[in-house]
Write a protein that binds this ligand. Structure first.
Ligand code: GAF
Length: 391
């Protein structure tokens, strides 16, 4: 899905009277490892072919001016008096990046920034991380600073957690900044060490949007996180050597069952079993065992639905339809949950018939037209910039 980057540069010039420099960031889909990131576990995302472009040029009045092409709205702030003051507005994301960069010791001078994106919002594909990372790339260039991947991801996560007020983990910002074309990423969310793995050539990643939206900030995502952290606190207290849930086994959890709520038990069970599934999925990929990889995706979906309580009826329907189709190895909900998209692993030469059947059957079952698209793993923002362009 190519953004009209030239169009964004033209709009920037018309509005601000200066040529801008454009920086892009993709979206992401997570193949497996859901809700494991904020307890230091494992995830396996890849960057996908949607993007946000931030175009920047300097100004000399000490102001930060953002223009959103998507909303056709301009907002302006005095940089000298910038505090941690979110307004519940789209500009919280780019403004939060300015604030977060300052926490990192990078102060920026006045700038005009035009922002445009084609990442579906509320679909679980990380439109917010894409916006944060594109903004950070533009601001770093404006300040003449190059920061490493871990710092870029961490400062963008800080924007989300401490400025916007959404309690997300590190996965989205990390893959959006650090993705590499043709590779999926196995990320250890405690050490931030990662491994890049190829997808077997006989499969394609198909993403199907249920068109049912979720809400992240506050809401159910935050509730799940609290339930998980309550369980983690019990394990930490009762089992020596457990700092984060990723250190625990299902036997540890079982031993602490009567010390936590049934809800926390189920949430932790999902996370502990999901971490194990991610590691098994890595093995499957290393052996090009797409059949096993697909089975793990289906198990991961059941765990998100039954233990984590983070699916939605429409998404369950999409998964049930998908796994019946010839050539589909596995399907599951992807992202934070409560709606959004499924990710499907499909035999390359069955993709067309798969998409047609899923769209038809989903429409018949729910009355909703799903959007389906295929994406290979694409470059993240740092690789994109290193290759010299927003795209
Ligand atoms: C959202 C969050 F932003 C991520 O950090 C992650 O927790 C994900 O939900 C669930 O795996 O995308």
């Amino acid at each position: 899905m190519k953004l009209d980057e030239v169009g964004v540069l033209r709009v920037h010039r018309q509005r601000f009277g200066q040529d801008g420099q454009a920086f892009g960031a993709p979206a992401r889909v997570n193949l497996i490892g859901e809700h494991t990131d904020y307890t230091g576990g494992f995830v396996m995302p890849m960057a996908i072919d949607f993007s946000t472009v931030a175009t920047i040029s300097p100004r000399d009045d000490g102001r930060a001016v953002f223009y959103s092409l998507n909303f056709d709205e301009e907002v302006s702030f005095e940089l000298a008096s910038l505090g941690r003051t979110p307004r519940g507005h789209w500009s919280d994301y780019p403004l939060g990046v300015v604030w977060s960069l300052a926490q990192e010791g990078v102060a920026v001078s006045g700038f005009s920034m035009s922002l445009a994106g084609n990442v579906p919002v509320g679909a679980g594909l990380s439109s917010s991380a894409s916006l944060e990372v594109a903004t950070a790339m533009a601001l770093m260039a404006h300040a003449g600073r190059e920061l490493p991947l871990k710092t870029v991801a961490t400062l963008c996560r800080r924007t989300e957690n401490e400025f916007v007020g959404a309690k997300s983990g590190i996965m989205d910002q990390f893959i959006v900044a650090g993705g590499v074309a043709g590779r999926v990423m196995l990320l250890d969310c405690r050490s931030l060490e990662f491994e890049l793995l190829p997808l077997p050539s006989e499969v394609r990643v198909v993403i199907c949007n249920s068109m049912v939206q979720h809400a992240h900030a506050g809401g159910e995502y935050g509730d799940r996180r609290d339930e998980v952290e309550a369980g983690q606190a019990v394990l930490r207290q009762l089992r020596p050597g457990i700092e984060l849930l990723r250190d625990a086994t299902l036997a540890d959890l079982e031993a602490c069952k009567d010390k936590m709520s049934a809800t926390s038990f189920a949430r932790c069970k999902h996370i502990i079993s999901e971490n194990a599934r991610v590691m098994e999925a890595r093995e499957a990929l290393l052996h090009s065992d797409v059949k096993r990889f697909g089975e793990l995706m289906v198990e991961a979906h059941a765990s998100m639905r039954d233990d984590f309580g983070a699916s939605a009826p429409e998404v369950d329907t999409l998964v049930e339809i998908a796994v019946r189709q010839p050539g589909c190895f596995g399907a599951r909900i992807t992202g934070g949950g409560f709606g959004g998209c499924t990710v499907n692993l499909v035999e390359a030469d069955k993709v067309e018939s798969f998409v047609e059947a899923v769209r038809n059957e989903y429409k018949a079952a729910s009355g909703i037209s799903a959007n389906c698209f295929v994406s290979a793993p694409v470059d993240g923002a740092l690789a994109m910039a290193a290759k010299g362009g927003a795209r």
